[in-house]
Design a protein around this ligand. Structure first.
Ligand code: 5RP
Length: 225
């Protein structure tokens, strides 16, 4: 059975994903993010020759894929430490601050990232940007607070768009905020978190990545903080 050739962007995602494998320690429990780049990472993880104890997962989707490939998935509450967390990004800047949540898994991603000692971002090079904000910022919101949170986000200068027909793994909704002027990512992350009804926002600035592996399909650029 022949498989379709990958698009140049998917080839770059796969290349970045495979570059993360040498960072995974034998016998460890690895934190696994969500998205198409991470799917390539999960596929690569299933092929490693060393003993991997298992994974903690940031979404139902990744959990399903990990289990289907025979990788045990643990409850984060029962895991003493996560040495490495590997996840993609929708945008990443030179400080390794990111916008994430295009796939709607931002809350669990932020939790696993908070626990992990080292956060490795894997991405194709198109995700690199000098200034975050071209990608609409996803915000997970308690459903009954949707209109209130949207009005508050307008006050912060954004244009909120309700993500239709989408419920997060935690039973909440997503507002995607367009046209935000993200001059100070850490301050904006904090300000949005302070709006009552917001569960999480997709700015990963206070806890940025520690290492970014960016691929153009041929070479890996490694960025560190
Ligand atoms: C999901 C995410 C993903 O990491 C982000 O959307 C990037 O996805 P992809 O690897 O498919 O480009 O934050 O919530």
């Amino acid at each position: 059975m022949s498989s379709q050739p990958l698009s140049p962007q998917d080839a770059a995602k796969k290349h970045a994903a495979e570059a993360a494998i040498p960072y995974i320690e034998e016998g460890s429990i690895v934190g696994v993010g969500t998205g198409s780049t991470v799917n390539f990472f999960i596929d690569a993880l299933a092929k490693v020759k060393f003993d991997l104890e298992g994974a903690v997962s940031s979404s139902e989707e990744s959990t399903k894929r990990l289990k289907a490939l025979g990788i045990p998935v643990y409850d984060l509450n029962g895991v003493p430490e996560v040495t490495v967390y590997v996840d993609g990004a929708d945008e990443i800047n030179r400080h390794l601050q990111m916008i994430k949540g295009g796939g709607g898994a931002l809350t669990r991603e932020k939790i696993v990232a908070a626990v992990a000692k080292t956060f490795i971002c894997i991405a194709d090079k198109s995700k690199y940007t000098l200034k975050l904000g071209d990608f609409p910022l996803p915000i997970e919101v308690i459903p009954m607070a949707r209109s209130y949170v949207a009005r508050e986000l307008v006050r912060l200068g954004g244009d909120p768009v309700y993500r239709e027909d989408f419920i997060t793994d935690n039973g909440n909704i997503i507002l995607d905020i367009h046209h935000l002027d993200i001059l100070e990512p850490i301050k904006l992350e904090e300000a949005i978190n302070n709006i009552t009804g917001v569960v999480t926002n997709g700015l990963f600035a206070a806890r940025s990545a520690d290492i970014a592996l960016l691929s153009d399909g041929h070479t890996i650029e490694t960025l560190t903080r």
